[in-house]
Each structure stands twice: as structure tokens, then as C-alpha cells.
Design a protein. Structure first.
Length: 131
């Protein structure tokens, strides 16, 4: 158990811990409702799958710059507010945020683990001319 605690990265823990109050403030200050109001105006009348896709895309776009847990802390209240404003269940929206935030593994530099194996694994850019 001590090895497990020693493996925890302090900067990541501090980042997530610091963003919990930010997430709470966004929700309590009606910032999430404000953003959800803008988004619901943009997506009103469109199929719910389009709105879910957009919510997932927002999380996917944010997660390379934030930690995936931090992305969820920021985007989840917005997704819930958007779902409520559109009269939809918030569960699919929360799942879209979680899956989108977990997509940082899709690119070679999106996550530190991918970056670590990039060189030793012999991965390189594939060129179109076959070289």
C-alpha cells in the first residue's frame, strides 16, 4: 500500500484538489447554467445525439490541456445543466463528458504514458510516399 501511495503524483493531486472548489464555484455561481443556457440555445431543436456529440467533443478538446479528472470537474456541471435545460436525462451527458475526457490516450502526446513509449517503441510518423 505504501508503494501505491508513493506512486501518486503530487502535482496531479494538487491540480484535481484545486479544481474541486472551482467546479463547485462554477455550479453555485450559476456559471454552469449560463454556459448551459448558451449551449441549449445553440442546440435547441437538434437531435439529442448531436448535443451529446458536441459535449463529448468539448471534453475531448479540453483534456489535452487539463488533466482528464480536471476536465470532468469543469465540464460535468455544464453537461448536467445542458441536459436539464433541454429536458433530457443528465446521465448520457455525464457519460459523454467522462468518455471525452478519457480520450487523451488517442494521440501520441495526449498522455504522459503515450509520450514515454513513443521513442523506445520506435513509433514515428508515417509518410504518404511510403518511406
Amino acid at each position: 500500500m505504501r508503494e501505491a501511495y508513493a506512486a501518486l503524483e503530487a502535482p496531479i493531486l494538487v491540480l484535481v484538489a484545486a479544481l474541486i472548489p472551482v467546479s463547485d464555484a462554477i455550479e453555485k455561481a450559476s456559471g454552469a447554467d449560463l454556459i448551459a443556457g448558451w449551449l441549449s440555445g445553440a442546440f435547441h431543436g437538434l437531435p439529442p445525439i448531436t448535443t451529446l456529440t458536441a459535449m463529448m467533443a468539448v471534453a475531448m478538446a479540453a483534456t489535452p490541456f487539463l488533466n482528464n479528472a480536471a476536465t470532468v470537474l469543469i465540464a460535468a456541471p455544464i453537461g448536467m445543466g445542458l441536459a436539464h435545460r433541454l429536458g433530457l436525462s443528465p446521465d448520457p451527458f455525464l457519460m459523454a463528458v467522462a468518455v471525452g475526457a478519457g480520450c487523451d490516450f488517442l494521440t501520441p502526446v495526449g498522455h504522459q504514458c503515450n509520450t514515454l513509449v513513443l521513442g523506445p517503441g520506435g513509433y514515428r510518423e508515417r509518410r504518404r510516399n511510403g518511406r
